[in-house]
Design a protein around this ligand. Structure first.
Ligand code: HEM
Length: 424
């Protein structure tokens, strides 16, 4: 039995057990946001049952505050596109299932409502226009080539560290015009900003605070340099020279920086790793791609659906309202499970199949909808497209040779390590 076949057999058994448990558990005891389900990748039968039997579900028995789960494609669209009813505001709890803990509540425009949200978003959106992305494409290709050409052959290595983290960190450093040699600081701050004490990333709240203070001081210095220099084409300079953001207080600046660092880092990183994994898990699709590299254009959005790097976004109801047949009260937490909507036949044909040449691959929910729809989505797609073009040119196969280690989180659907081997 080869490695992939063995991994597939183990996974099938794990899923069979998860299915038994999901269908034996009373719906009133469901806690679909339990991070363990995401770490083990056993979330699927739980969400499948919710979509079928109680698509809008209220969880009251979790170790976190009660929350609604919205699991069907059209209901998710309803919540995401009605920002007058469902708020993202950090002061009401923010955008993830757990209310933002004290000390993590820097205001950023993803966790703001109108009109402040749009004014701040407009400041950074020129970074992601088609013309600017065309300019970035050349740089992304050069850097991807360098990273790929330096990979070892006939030797097992961690794809996440050597490729996904390296390339997304390089991109971030470019977007901020951040000192190149120190760019791994960005990766560290991205991880630390969302880490809970004893998560393996930081030991204590004090350690996290100290590292975030270092981040604030570092960016404070860069900010002062950019404010006093003529406007340039980097995110920091764009914010430093715009009326909507020039006078942000230091917490708002920190919030937007963390948003852009985490937004541009974890998500694309995890999709890159997820793409290698998905193609290994579906060798027929990998072969199809090798036979016809043009399929990269539809493979990229399909992999973004398949991975769903942000499993959910959360809102808080501003008024009493209804979703489906459920009555939602003002102040209730409402979690939109993109990861479930992306597996709903209501919105996606054959949703449980990974098909790299789908007719309409962009109908997925992974970038959200409505006014907060991901501002960096075209950049993410571009990065993934280029890295795959260059990988297909160089390597016949990138073979996954061990189990992926997944992140303990029901927000970031991530892969911590992925052992791979490239045969010379
Ligand atoms: C595959 C990669 C990515 C995925 C899956 C993703 C996903 C998302 C999602 C789900 C949202 C919230 C949508 C909503 O609430 O309706 C979002 C917002 C955002 N993303 Fe991304 N993202 C990705 C890449 C990026 C990149 C590369 C950047 C920037 C460099 C970025 C920056 C942002 C920002 C700034 C927001 C806030 C937009 C707003 O509130 O108006 N993202 N993203």
């Amino acid at each position: 039995m080869n490695v992939q076949t063995a991994i597939r057999a183990d996974k099938a058994e794990l899923l069979r057990l998860a299915r038994e448990e999901a269908y034996a558990t009373p719906l009133k005891d469901f806690h679909p946001g339990a991070p363990k389900l995401f770490q083990d990748d056993t979330l699927w039968p739980w969400f499948e049952r919710l979509r079928k039997e109680e698509p809008v579900h209220y969880c009251t028995n979790a170790p976190i505050e009660p929350y609604w789960s919205v699991t069907k494609y059209n209901d998710i669209m309803h919540v995401d596109t009605n920002h007058g009813i469902f708020s993202s505001d950090v002061s009401l709890g923010g955008i993830s299932i757990r209310d933002v803990p004290v000390g993590y509540d820097w205001p950023s425009f993803i966790a703001m409502d109108q009109p402040r949200h749009s004014a701040q978003r407009k400041t950074v959106s020129p970074m992601f226009t088609p013309t600017h992305l065309d300019e970035l494409a050349k740089l992304i290709r050069e850097r991807s080539i360098k990273v790929l050409d330096n990979l070892p052959r006939n030797e097992t290595f961690n794809f996440v560290d050597r490729v996904s983290i390296e390339l997304t960190t390089q991109m971030l450093a470019t977007l901020f015009d951040f000192p190149w040699e120190e760019r791994r600081k960005l990766t560290r701050w991205s991880d630390v900003s969302t880490a809970l004490p004893k998560s393996g990333i930081v030991e204590s709240a004090e350690q996290r605070r100290a590292e975030m203070d270092e981040c604030a001081a570092y960016f404070g210095k860069l900010w002062n340099e950019r404010v006093n220099a003529p406007p340039r084409n980097d995110l920091l300079s764009m914010m430093a020279h715009s009326d909507a953001t020039r006078h942000m207080d230091s917490d708002n600046l920190m919030g937007n920086l963390i948003l852009l660092i985490v937004g541009g880092n974890d998500t694309t990183r995890n999709t890159m790793s997820g793409s290698v994994l998905a193609l290994n898990e579906h060798p027929d699709q990998y072969q199809k791609l090798r036979d016809n590299p043009e399929l990269i254009d539809s493979m990229v959005p399909e992999v973004i659906r398949w991975q769903t790097p942000l499993a959910h976004m959360r809102r808080t109801a501003l008024v009493d309202t209804e979703i489906g047949d459920k009555k939602i009260k003002k102040g209730d937490r409402v979690v939109m499970w993109y990861v479930s909507g992306n597996r709903d036949e209501e919105g996606i044909e054959k949703p449980d199949e990974f098909i790299i040449d789908r007719a309409r691959p962009r109908t997925h929910l992974s970038f959200g909808f409505g006014i907060h729809r991901c501002v960096g989505m075209r950049l993410a797609e571009l990065q993934l497209k280029i890295v795959w073009q260059e990988m297909l040119k160089r390597f016949d196969r990138i073979e996954v040779v061990g189990e992926p280690k997944r992140v303990y989180s029901s927000f970031v659907r991530g892969i911590e390590s992925l052992p791979v081997r490239i045969t010379a």
